[in-house]
Design a protein around this ligand. Structure first.
Ligand code: ATP
Ligand code: MG
Length: 730
């Protein structure tokens, strides 16, 4: 069955249906933003499971963020009306690799409890490297070294294969080698290692590779344009044999090259999979034509791209607003004022997003929103898991899980203070070096040798025996109970709760962490730590609260909001001053703007400030509007005005846009009508016959509540996706 009457193909256009029902074999769906790539991928999975009867555990579906994975799983569960989606591997590349490496730890030559090092941990290790190598940390900045190491890993280059052309390369190669040695001593892997080790495992171990080729007989990837070399190699290792690789991509939305993403993977795919079938999707379901025209005018400025035509059946729409503010504070106040007006006119806060190029830009916006009493949530601010007390407790837990984790060891060995001074630590570190082992091993050896002063010896012994007790306890108690042991035995609770408000609020964070563990009964310590390590910034979105979202353009990928504010559109901000060196840099900045603009469904507001306080000594420097703005056609803006606030009238600001009020404003897009009504009888492929007890539109999707005659009772389903058909009345 391959037509619109099939329930799974409901709510898809002809191009999308063809892509969903394509026969087995390698597939590339190449299409612009909002054309339904993610939707097609989701339907394809449902199609595989129901029509082609593929068991869910044979499916590996990869998304760009954990949040996107959660959403997709949710949709699939609604669509299929059962929990079979749970058995499938659905998550980021990193999450999939973590699972594989845990299971294949032995083959991959890893400790089964290996720790995952986050970016702070990585920095701590690299600082150690710089120290050990006696490097000048002004010239060889740990962060710069880490970037170089990360790029090498994403390209699957081992330390001894690092290409050396200059003295600096030589330093990087050595630093890389030493960094890997320190990680190994700690049984730690950083994020890039997760990919590299998996790719190498598949390369070096044909038995393991074949096992996963058999297991993951169907592989699907969203946002393929932002995969890196390591990820591509993993995909090829798994998919080349059976050729069941299904990827969706948009080259114009490739915005992660600074993290090693390489949109040339699309070309590699075409070369490596000559049988590749390609599908195009051209109709946009997200944005108004005005927004699409504006976005297409921006992206047309990039060379070497396949021109695409995006259209929507919803012509017209509100014209864009382009606002020049005097400085960033005023820009933020303008945004807050506009948002307040929108809320007053009935918009939900959750319908609004404010985007910017760098995290630091959020501060002014946060202040203005706070003053205006507008609820907001911030993606990528002071994340819960990076707060000091949370990291301390996690370090204790990581140490219980894996005593060789040196970063955690260093973090808590003397927190709270237990009389283990710098000298003792030096001795421990020296001993560890002698043994080429971890600090914990060094500590045990020192205690055994009995060469320390009595005081230092007893202090270390106290720490070592606590650790031992917890390691025994972990076998018998829950992770929550283990946290209780840790905070009591170590004296951490008393240390934190020093009577100050700050102490109490930090203690609340510890309790919140404990709460997070208790939410998942029976979770093992290793699994809990793995999950924590995988929580990306974008997952910090507390989904329940209705609030305005503040986020960087990079984290806006794949998302959509009825109203979008893009702020800070100045030279130096977008394009960012650090990304202006090459034409490629500029092209990527342009794509970033394109991604931001195409998140908007109905209304798009662009703003820039005449001055921004990033100059020397805190002074603010006059800025130029972003070069990209010049590419906006007049039709989408109406008319440009007030290019610049004259310097003689400080704090003057005016809106040059708001043309939306003009006669060109078109009626808001009609909401689609629900297809089912209460009382109607329906049939579901799995659940049999039932009756609609409620139907309501959620965005553009219809959510129905069905009472089934069979034992399953009442289910909430997405009408467009569930295998559901209406029964005739008689
Ligand atoms: P991006 O490139 O930004 O990731 P995308 O191509 O993945 O976008 P989706 O997010 O899948 O696009 O779809 C964009 C919006 O259009 C979503 O709200 C989706 O539900 C809706 N949509 C997609 N296809 C259809 C369709 N055939 N009918 C109605 N709505 C659709
Ligand atoms: Mg998408």
């Amino acid at each position: 069955m391959n037509d619109s009457t099939h329930p799974l193909l409901h709510g898809l256009n002809a191009q999308q249906r063809a892509a969903v029902t394509t026969p087995a074999g390698p597939v590339l769906v190449l299409a612009g933003p909002g054309s339904g790539k993610t939707r097609v991928l989701t339907h394809r999975i449902a199609w595989l499971l129901t029509e082609l009867r593929i068991p869910a555990w044979q499916v590996l579906a990869v998304t760009f963020t954990n949040r996107a994975a959660r959403e997709m799983r949710h949709r699939l569960t609604d669509m299929l009306g059962d929990t079979s989606a749970r058995e499938m591997t659905l998550g980021t590349f990193h999450a999939a690799c973590v699972r594989i490496l845990r299971r294949e730890a032995e083959a991959a030559n890893l400790a089964p409890n290996y720790a995952i090092f986050d970016s702070d941990d990585q920095l701590a290790v690299m600082k150690q490297v710089v120290k050990d190598m006696n490097l000048d940390d002004k010239r060889y900045k740990p962060r710069a070294l880490l970037n170089a190491v990360s790029s090498a890993k994403n390209e699957l280059i081992a330390p001894d294969a690092y290409p050396i052309h200059t003295y600096y390369d030589e330093i990087i190669a050595r630093a890389y080698g030493h960094y890997q040695q320190l990680l190994r001593n700690s049984d730690g892997l950083d994020f890039d290692d997760l990919l590299m080790k998996t790719a190498n495992l598949f390369r070096d171990n044909p038995l393991v590779r074949e096992k996963y080729q058999r297991r993951y007989r169907n592989i699907l990837v969203d946002e393929f344009q932002d995969t890196n070399m390591a990820q591509y190699v993993i995909l090829k290792a798994l998919g080349h044999e059976h050729q069941h690789l299904y990827v969706v991509a948009d080259e114009d939305q490739s915005i992660y090259s600074w993290r090693g993403a390489d949109y040339r993977n699309i070309r590699r795919l075409r070369e490596d999979f000559p049988k590749l079938t390609q599908y195009l999707l051209e109709e946009n379901y997200r944005s108004t034509q005005v927004i699409l025209d504006a976005a297409q005018a921006i992206i047309a400025g990039n060379r070497d791209r396949t021109p695409k035509h995006l259209y929507t059946h919803q012509p017209g729409g509100d014209l864009l607003t382009l606002h020049e503010a005097y400085d960033e504070q005023e820009e933020a106040e303008y945004v807050a004022r506009e948002i307040r007006a929108l809320l007053r006119s009935g918009r939900e806060p959750g319908a609004i997003a404010v985007m910017y190029r760098t995290n630091a830009q959020s501060r002014a916006l946060e202040e203005a929103l706070m003053k205006a009493g507008i609820p907001y949530r911030l993606i990528g601010g002071t994340r819960f898991y990076t707060r000091r007390e949370v990291k301390d407790i996690l370090a204790y837990l990581r140490l219980v899980n894996n005593p060789d984790d040196d970063v955690s060891f260093t973090r808590v060995i003397n927190v709270p203070r237990r009389g283990i001074g710098a000298k003792t630590l030096e001795a421990v570190a020296a001993q560890a070096r002698v043994q080429q082992g971890s600090l914990a091993k060094g500590m045990m050896a020192l205690l055994h040798a009995g060469t320390l002063s009595t005081r230092a010896h007893n202090a270390l012994l106290g720490f070592a025996s606590m650790l031992k007790q917890w390691r025994t306890a972990r076998e018998n108690v829950t992770v929550a109970a283990l946290i209780d042991h840790v905070v009591t035995d170590s004296g951490y609770e008393g240390y934190l709760r020093d009577g100050s408000d700050d102490g109490e609020s930090r203690w609340e964070n510890v309790m919140a962490l404990r709460g997070a563990v208790s939410d998942v009964p029976n979770i093992s310590l290793t699994d809990f730590l793995t999950e924590v390590a995988l929580v990306a910034d974008v997952d910090e979105l507390a989904e329940e609260i209705d609030a305005v979202t503040l986020l960087t353009l990079h984290s806006a990928k794949g998302l959509e909001y009825p109203v979008v504010f893009l702020t800070g559109l100045e030279e130096g901000m977008l394009p960012h001053s650090r990304s202006m060196e090459t034409l490629d840099d500029i092209a990527e900045e342009r794509r970033l703007l394109y991604v931001g603009m195409t998140r908007a469904e109905e209304r798009l507001v662009l703003s820039y400030a005449f001055r921004r306080g990033w100059g020397y000594y805190g002074s603010s420097e006059p800025t130029e509007p972003s070069r990209f703005l010049a590419d906006l056609p007049d039709e989408v803006l109406g008319q440009r005005q007030g290019r610049r606030a004259p310097q003689s009238t400080p704090r003057a600001s005016w809106s040059v846009g708001a043309w939306g009020q003009s006669s060109e404003r078109t009626a808001p897009r009609p909401q689609p009508e629900p297809e089912y009504r209460t009382g109607q009888r329906v049939r579901h492929t799995h659940y049999g016959e039932g009756m609609i007890i409620e139907s309501q539109m959620e965005g553009r999707d219809e959510m129905v509540t069905v009472m089934f005659s069979s034992g399953v009772g009442v289910k909430r389903l997405l009408a467009g996706m569930a295998p559901l058909e209406a029964l005739s009345e008689h």
